[in-house]
Design a protein around this ligand. Structure first.
Ligand code: SAH
Ligand code: SF4
Length: 363
């Protein structure tokens, strides 16, 4: 039986270098191979003509290039959002979203096929957990979006004031790990992927351009703090008391609110970095003035920002989104506690590409 090939996109540049040296080749070939894949977007060995034939044959026999073919692509009517259904090698499916805001393009990337956390209002949670993604499968999503941007014949970005006519060839600059899955449940693969994405000899994303959103996996938040990883952290809160939170986010039973708050304060102190708290606004459920005051009291004194997300529709949950006025009132109350907040722009709802809407039939 032949052993399956390792996956190229799972390797950091240093791991690739060591591997190539172990094969008995020069590290220069490793660097060239890396550049082909991450700078020139080569997705096939035949597209790397400058590699010596013997090295290329060895690399091809040992390494597979992850490719995630596009099984379906949908564009929102307003043109701001594109959703890609990507096929994994085991024929499961994941979704990746490209969102265009004024002046920037953001890729929303999945970390798992499905999710084990079961948040009641989330389509991914409603479908259950299939498996973790590998680092390479996470990286390949970013590469896919970057390729789309590079190949676009006009700018996908609406640069306010700079008019049309920006040259083609935008580069991906912002990533949110807010797609399918819970990234801190798949910690090692996600962090390897972040390292690869930020490699300055590759996609060269800034760590400050990456935001990881967690449902509140307490050990993962503490580990992030201890390891000093400089990415942005968003924590999904949704309820300001243990009982209210646990009704929406079942894993709150495992990691209760007071333990979560301890971990968040620890993170802010260790990292000297603010936390973004996410709050899905559900009409009549968690959007009352009393609840806004409870959030204010809970987070008062923390270096925090609250991102309010009016509920997006999913088939498994009947709630309605909070209206504009009630959201504004919620923000006003938060402000009295010194808490800045935003209401997330609704993007891609018509193609089910909004927060919490990502799901695939065959996960
Ligand atoms: N698993 C991570 C990241 C993915 S979800 C997490 O839970 O944080 C990204 C954000 O969308 C989370 O804050 C999540 O609570 C929110 N969300 C999930 N379903 C939603 C829905 N139907 N409408 C609005 N926001 C939703
Ligand atoms: Fe999983 Fe996040 Fe959805 Fe909860 S909101 S089920 S953690 S993807």
């Amino acid at each position: 039986m032949t052993t399956p090939r390792a996956n190229f996109h799972d390797l950091t540049r240093e791991a690739l270098r060591q591997l190539v040296v172990r094969w008995g080749f020069s590290p220069v070939h490793a660097a060239r191979l890396w550049a082909y894949v991450y700078l020139e977007h080569a997705d096939h060995w035949a597209l790397m003509p400058e590699l010596p034939a013997r090295f290329r044959a060895k690399a091809e026999s040992e390494l597979a290039l992850t490719s995630l073919p596009v099984a379906a692509e949908t564009h929102s009517r307003d043109g701001f959002t594109r959703k890609y259904l990507l096929a994994l090698p085991d024929d499961r499916r994941i979704e990746t979203v490209l969102m265009r805001f004024t002046g920037r393009v953001t890729a929303c990337i999945s970390s798992q096929a499905g999710c084990a956390m079961g948040c009641v209002f989330c389509a991914t949670g409603q479908m259950g957990f299939a498996r973790h993604l590998t680092a390479g499968e996470i990286v390949a999503q970013a590469l896919h979006v970057n390729r789309v941007l590079r190949q676009a014949t006009g700018s996908l970005i609406d640069y306010q004031g700079s008019g049309p006519g920006r040259p083609p060839g935008e580069r991906l600059r912002n990533i949110v790990l807010m797609g399918m899955g819970e990234p801190l449940h798949n910690y090692d693969a996600v962090m390897t992927a972040v390292e690869i994405l930020c490699d300055t000899a590759g996609l060269s994303l800034g760590t400050k351009q990456i935001t990881l959103s967690t449902v509140g996996v307490v050990p993962g938040i503490r580990r992030l703090a201890d390891e000093g990883r400089p990415i942005h952290l968003a924590v999904s809160l949704h309820g300001a008391t243990q009982a209210e939170r646990a009704a929406l986010v079942p894993v709150a039973k495992k990691w209760p609110l007071d333990e979560l708050m301890d971990a968040c304060r620890y993170y802010i102190a260790r990292q000297q970095r603010r936390i973004f708290y996410e709050w899905t606004l559900i009409e009549g459920k968690n959007d009352t003035p009393e609840q806004a005051h409870a959030v204010g009291r809970l987070l008062h004194g923390q270096d925090a920002q609250v991102n309010l997300i009016p509920l997006n529709p999913t088939t498994g949950y009947a709630g309605a989104p909070t209206g504009r006025e009630a959201a504004k009132q919620f923000q006003q109350i938060l402000r009295t506690y010194g808490l800045p907040s935003t209401v997330r722009q609704r993007r891609g709802i018509d193609i089910a590409a909004g927060c919490g809407q990502l799901a695939t039939l065959r996960s």
